[in-house]
Design a protein around this ligand. Structure first.
Ligand code: SAH
Ligand code: SF4
Length: 450
């Protein structure tokens, strides 16, 4: 999501005289996009802030001032160190503190990106600038993002914000209320990716299953309709989406996935916990049985689908029985992949105010290790089931370990490494799987395709 947002901000910056650079040491303006989801994410940002402060002391401006008339360049010429701004969830959450403590020049929250040129202009005039106003309507639908992420696989935000208020989660506070983007602007972006040679698009939202766009003529497009429209519009591209919230995952969506070959048969369905007591405390609006009912629906409608999840341990009042419930649910579902975390209390959330963080750090780490060990077993079993099969792979890059090998993903999101055999990045190829570890499959080219 932050890659997608950074691409929107890059496009907005290019409406000024700014150009993008890959080299931090060459930058006159540095914009750091940030995440607040767990304390560790914020600590990573704070380390970057320290690095940038050191760099700022050392560096003078690199602006070539080739175009003396350009307003941005002439403003920059009056400064002697890079301007830097903080955007994203940490900007929203910490606001003025970032200016006071870190001496950043400007701060923009997730709904204030259109204001960045203005904030920058204030900063260039020597005034610290901040806009952390949230919006109920902003979707940046008229901004065509500047692609700075991977060149094969791109992201398109279909909605912003979240209304779920899971008790542990900071997102509704930092990204505001849920709003869906119009279908036409989503299609424009998807076509733009296709024109630029992208082979895969991932539709993004905090809860994509609740996507709902009401057009002026009164017609309503839900998520299943949108998937149908996007998959039909770009039949030669792979289409993925994330994240699905279990409570809103309806059969209609699964049926649309079954209808289109290019809708990848991979579903990321975060469960968070296997215990009904904990799910209730988390304000997740499903029970263990309801979650398992959705898993059953996926197997019934999409028998080849792989299933991934998010899970975290050590939430308020989580007992050893609750942890066992999580482990037993993981075994019962046999997740193919999982993102696994330990609870991190977030300022301003319901849990921070009312549900004490009462599992010790040591115990959280122990439980997390238990979860990771189990998932490693499950991922290995899942990958071993692929051995002997021939799978379609989109080549995404050259292996770092061996330049004669390439890697790519199957539609089930499994990474496969195989001898290059003349393949280029962005090609589809059929690969016979020969070996599996918990993290990767290894194979050999069986047949070229598409
Ligand atoms: N909207 C998505 C998830 C977004 S956040 C959903 O609800 O499924 C990504 C993941 O971070 C969550 O699924 C959850 O597992 C984890 N997470 C969120 N807040 C957290 C917190 N306070 N501590 C630990 N993990 C957290
Ligand atoms: Fe956070 Fe819950 Fe919204 Fe996901 S659905 S972003 S966990 S509040």
């Amino acid at each position: 999501m932050n890659v997608a947002d950074s691409e929107v901000v890059a496009a907005i910056m290019q409406t000024t005289d700014a150009e993008l650079t890959d080299n931090l040491h060459e930058a006159d303006i540095i914009i750091l996009n940030t995440c607040s989801i767990r304390d560790k994410a914020e600590q990573t940002v704070q380390h970057r802030l320290q690095e940038i402060q050191a760099l700022r002391k050392k560096n003078t401006l690199h602006s070539k001032l080739s175009n003396e008339t350009a307003s941005l360049n002439s403003k920059l010429s009056t400064l002697n160190s890079p301007i830097y701004g903080i955007i994203g969830c940490m900007a929203e959450r910490m606001g003025q503190e970032l200016i006071d403590k870190w001496k950043v020049d400007f701060v923009a929250g997730p709904d204030a990106y259109l204001d960045i040129p203005n904030l920058l202009a204030q900063a260039l005039n020597g005034h610290k600038a901040i806009n952390i106003q949230l919006s109920t309507t902003e979707t940046y639908s008229h901004i065509l993002p500047s692609r700075i992420g991977k060149s094969i696989s791109g992201f398109v935000s279909i909605m912003r914000g979240c209304n779920n208020f899971c008790s542990y989660c900071v997102v509704p506070y930092t990204r505001g209320r849920e709003r869906s983007r119009d279908v036409e602007s989503i299609l424009n972006e998807v076509h733009d990716l296709e024109t630029k040679g992208y082979k895969e698009v991932t539709l993004l939202g905090q809860n994509v299953n609740s996507y709902c766009y009401k057009a002026e003529d009164g017609s309503v497009t839900d998520f299943a309709d949108l998937l149908d429209i996007v998959a039909s519009a770009v039949p030669m591209m792979r289409v993925r989406f994330t994240t699905s919230n279990p409570e809103d995952m309806v059969d209609k969506t699964l049926e649309v996935m079954a209808k289109h070959d290019n809708l990848c048969k991979f579903i990321h369905l975060p469960v968070q916990s296997g215990s009904d007591k904990i799910l209730k405390l988390m304000n997740r609006k499903y029970t263990r049985a309801q979650y398992l009912n959705r898993i059953e629906a996926i197997h019934r409608i999409l028998p080849t689908a792989a299933i991934g999840t998010d899970v975290f341990c050590g939430f308020h009042d989580e007992s050893l029985e609750d942890q066992d419930q999580t482990l037993s649910l993981m075994r019962e579902v046999g997740f193919d992949t999982a993102f696994m975390f330990k609870y991190s209390e977030r300022p301003g959330t319901f849990a921070q105010k009312h549900l004490p963080d009462n599992v010790s750090e040591k115990e959280k780490i122990r439980r997390l290790n238990e979860i990771i060990a189990l998932q490693n077993e499950l991922s290995l079993q899942s990958n071993q089931r692929e051995v002997g099969k021939t799978v379609e792979v989109l080549v995404e890059g050259i292996s770092k370990r061996n330049p004669n090998e390439v890697f790519g993903r199957t539609e089930q999101y499994k990474t496969v490494v195989f001898p290059r055999g003349g393949m280029s990045i962005g090609q589809f190829v059929k690969v016979k799987v020969l070996e599996a570890s918990a993290a990767t499959l290894r194979g050999e080219i069986a047949e070229f395709c598409k």
